[in-house]
Write a protein that binds this ligand. Structure first.
Ligand code: FES
Length: 158
């Protein structure tokens, strides 16, 4: 078992709130992601068992959403939005800046296993572009100086 009894219990409680268990797939994936840090076939099976929905349906939902990593990541998952508003306001430059700063390419993790960098579709914060999400927090109206401050703070907290 990958999911803790507490996570399974939480998933079952969420499922009980909906008329159809299928509606609890996203909350269940979120609970699993928050516990483990990424998703996998084993986790889809465990969610399937917990709420009585076919594992394939759980996997279909998980693979649709880029916000759920499917493999282990660094301690901090940096998701830079590359959709239209963020692109118009410098997302490509931001990604390049992060790649240079972290000495990795998009999709990679730093050697110290601290940062993983990916780009994602719109995170719903278009008015504060360019922006990125690191783990569960949004960082908006980004500039190279702000990125430096954020990375420095996260390094100190580690
Ligand atoms: S386009 Fe970047 S948050 Fe919407």
């Amino acid at each position: 078992m990958i999911l803790t009894p507490e996570s399974i219990q939480l998933i079952r409680e969420k499922a009980a709130r909906y008329p159809r268990a299928k509606s609890a797939i996203l909350p269940a994936l979120t609970i699993a992601y928050r516990q483990v840090g990424h998703l996998s076939n084993e986790i889809y099976e465990e969610i399937s068992e917990a709420i009585g929905v076919p594992a394939l349906e759980v996997a279909e939902a998980a693979t649709f959403y880029t916000m759920f990593p499917k493999q282990p990541t660094g301690k901090y998952l940096i998701q830079v939005c590359h959709n239209i508003s963020c692109s118009l306001l410098g997302a490509d430059s931001l990604i390049k800046y992060l790649e240079d700063k972290l000495d990795i390419k998009k999709g990679e993790t730093t050697a110290d296993n601290l940062f993983t960098l990916i780009s994602v579709e719109c995170l719903g914060s278009c008015a504060t572009a360019p922006m990125m999400q690191i783990n569960h927090d949004y960082y908006e109206n980004l500039t190279p100086e702000k990125v430096d401050e954020i990375l420095e703070r996260l390094r100190k907290e580690s």
